[in-house]
Design a protein around this ligand. Sequence first.
Ligand code: ZN
Ligand code: ZN
Length: 90
Amino acid sequence: MRALRVYATESSTCDPPPRLRCASHGETPWLGHLVCSVCNRTWQTLAPAAPRYALADCACGERLLPDLADHARNFTARPICGSCFYVAGA
Ligand SMILES: [Zn+2]
Ligand SMILES: [Zn+2]
């Protein structure tokens, strides 16, 4: 039983992040960075205290994030790679 529990813990923490293919930077792990497909503002979902933390609505007024209660609702966020996020914010 103990061995099983250790294995389950390890497998969940070792899951690789989702991958995304960036036109500029090739295939990279997706670390939670987003871009609004309407206004091209960039956002991050990692740290609420850090700048450009993604809220439900983008600064342009469009719905940025998926609505968990309404999956049919449109949203503008698209994943971008971490390098693109920092370039856009520089
Ligand atoms: Zn926007
Ligand atoms: Zn990139």
